[in-house]
Design a protein. Structure first.
Length: 92
């Protein structure tokens, strides 16, 4: 009786494993592109011209934002921030 139960349990495990092994994960979905090959090539050329394509170990590419302030104005802002009494980290 005990061997019969073990045999049935083993058969059920094998059947369940085989059933699960057939299902692809993740489910295959058809890919449809919204761009033509020429569009993709043009986008690649634009990205290369703007320096947005990573080469070697330069990933991720972070572009520095342009500033409209002069060096003196930035130094004045830093000085004003340092002189504030209600700074979050003052006295810590």
């Amino acid at each position: 009786m005990n061997i019969k139960n073990i045999t049935v349990a083993a058969a059920l495990l094998v059947a369940a494993g085989a059933a699960l092994a057939e299902a692809p994960y993740p489910p295959a979905t058809a890919f449809t592109s919204t761009q033509t090959r020429a569009d993709v090539k043009a986008e690649l050329q634009r990205a290369r011209a703007n320096g947005e394509i990573a080469v070697r170990n330069e990933y991720p590419i972070v572009r520095q934002a342009s500033s409209h302030l002069s060096r003196q104005q930035v130094q004045n802002e830093v000085q004003q921030a340092n002189n504030k009494v209600d700074n979050l980290y003052s006295g810590a």
